[in-house]
Ligand binder design. Structure first.
Ligand code: SF4
Length: 352
C-alpha cells in the first residue's frame, strides 16, 4: 500500500510552479446538472449503481427553467461553470442544443460540456456554444477502469478527445482518487494527458456511496489527494487542475490549493450558500494565500428580474425561470440570515 509521506515535499515544489505560472487567485466551479439519472448506471463507485434497474433516467430530468435559473445565479455570484452535465442519453441533441443557446446568452461565454463521448457530428453542432468537452474518465488504469466503469470504456472518450482536438476544442478529464490506483499509475496518467493534450483535469476524492462496493472504503486522505495534484502540477505547469471537495472535507482546501490546484468544485453551493461551511471555503482560500473570486456567502445586489427579462426566450419560459430563481434566492437569503443571527448570538455570548 502506498504511503504519502513525500506529499509535503512535493507540495513545496508544486507551489513554486503554481506561483510562477498563475496569479494567486482561486474560484468555485459549479457543475450544473440537467438530470440525475443515467442510462449506463453501473459504475461501481456511483450512486446511480444503487438505483432500481427499472427507474427511467428521463424521469430524473430537471426542468429547463430550473437549469437556466441556476446558470443566472452562477453568473451573478461569480462562479465559473465547471461543466454542464447529466445522464448519458437523457437529453436529445435538439433539447441540448436549445438549452445551450440560452445558456451562452446567460454566461456570455462558451461552456464546458460533459455528456459522455460525443461523436463528431454532434461536436460540430454544439461547437458554437462550447469551449471544450469533459470526458468522465475517472481512472486510466485499464484494470481498475474495467472494475469501476464496466460499461463506460475509455476508448470512446479517447476518440472524442482526438476529434475535439481537430476541431480546436479544449479537453478535460476527471480522475477520482481513492478507488485503488497506485502511485505507479501516475505515469499512465501523465502519458494520457500528453497523448490527448488534455487542458484540464478534475481531481476528486472518492465519496464512499452507500450500497456501492466502496461503501466501507476509507475516504482518501488530504495527503493522497494532494499528492496527485502536486505531482501533476510539477509535470504540467500550466495544466488547469480543479480539486473536487465534498462538504465533509473542506478543511483540506488550503492544502490542495497549496499543492497547485487552480479551482474548487463539488461543493453543494446552492444548498449551502451562506452557511458556515461556505464561509470556511473562502477562509481556506485565504489561508492558502489565494484571493477568492466570486462569492459563496454574500448575496450581491442584482436586478434579478432584469436578468431574466433580457433573455431571448419565450415569455412563458421566462416566467418559469423567474419562479425558480425566486425560490433559490429565498433559500439562499434565509441561509445567510440564519448564519448572521448565529454569528450575532456568538458575539453577544462573548460580550456577556
Ligand atoms: S456514467 Fe456517470 S452517472 Fe452513469 S453510472 Fe457511471 S459515473 Fe454514474
Amino acid at each position: 500500500m502506498d504511503t504519502f509521506d513525500d506529499t509535503p515535499e512535493l507540495i513545496e515544489e508544486a507551489h513554486r510552479v503554481y506561483e510562477t505560472h498563475f496569479a494567486p487567485v482561486t474560484s468555485f466551479e459549479r457543475a450544473v446538472f440537467f438530470s440525475w439519472g443515467c442510462t449506463i448506471g453501473d459504475c461501481t463507485f456511483c450512486y446511480m449503481s444503487t438505483q432500481p434497474v427499472g427507474k427511467a433516467p428521463k424521469e430524473t430530468k430537471r426542468s429547463d427553467a430550473s437549469i437556466l435559473a441556476e446558470f443566472i445565479l452562477a453568473k451573478k455570484l461569480g462562479w465559473d461553470i465547471g461543466f454542464f452535465t447529466g445522464g448519458i442519453g437523457v437529453l436529445k441533441p435538439d433539447e441540448l442544443e436549445t438549452l445551450l443557446k440560452v445558456i451562452v446568452q446567460i454566461t456570455g461565454e462558451k461552456i464546458w460540456l460533459s455528456v459522455g463521448p460525443i461523436p463528431r457530428p454532434l461536436l460540430l453542432r454544439y461547437q458554437p456554444y462550447i469551449r471544450g468537452v469533459v470526458g468522465s474518465t475517472e481512472t486510466i488504469n485499464p484494470v481498475l477502469h474495467k472494475i469501476v466503469c464496466p460499461s463506460k470504456p475509455l476508448a470512446p472518450y479517447e476518440k472524442m478527445f482526438e476529434v475535439a482536438g481537430e476541431l480546436g476544442l479544449e479537453k478535460a478529464m476527471t480522475f477520482i482518487v481513492g478507488m485503488g490506483e497506485t502511485k505507479e499509475d501516475l505515469n499512465l496518467l501523465i502519458e494520457f494527458i500528453r497523448k490527448y493534450d488534455i487542458n484540464k483535469i478534475h481531481v476528486y476524492s472518492l465519496i464512499p456511496e452507500k450500497g456501492t462496493m466502496f461503501e466501507h472504503a476509507a475516504i482518501p486522505s488530504k495527503e493522497e489527494q494532494a499528492w496527485w495534484i502536486a505531482s501533476l502540477r510539477i509535470v504540467f505547469p500550466t495544466l488547469n487542475i480543479q480539486c473536487g471537495v465534498w462538504e465533509d472535507r473542506v478543511e483540506r482546501i488550503a492544502y490542495l490549493l497549496e499543492a497547485g490546484a487552480n479551482s474548487i468544485s463539488k461543493f453543494k453551493a446552492l444548498k449551502l450558500f451562506g452557511k458556515p461551511v461556505a464561509h470556511q471555503i473562502e477562509e481556506e482560500a485565504a489561508r492558502a494565500g489565494r484571493m477568492f473570486q466570486g462569492t459563496l456567502v454574500v448575496m450581491p445586489e442584482v436586478d434579478w428580474r432584469g436578468e431574466v427579462d433580457r433573455l431571448d426566450a419565450e415569455s412563458e419560459l421566462k416566467e418559469r425561470i423567474w419562479k425558480c430563481l425566486v425560490q433559490y434566492l429565498e433559500r439562499m437569503r434565509k441561509n445567510t440570515q440564519i448564519c448572521n443571527t448565529q454569528k450575532n448570538s456568538v458575539v453577544v455570548k462573548n460580550i456577556s
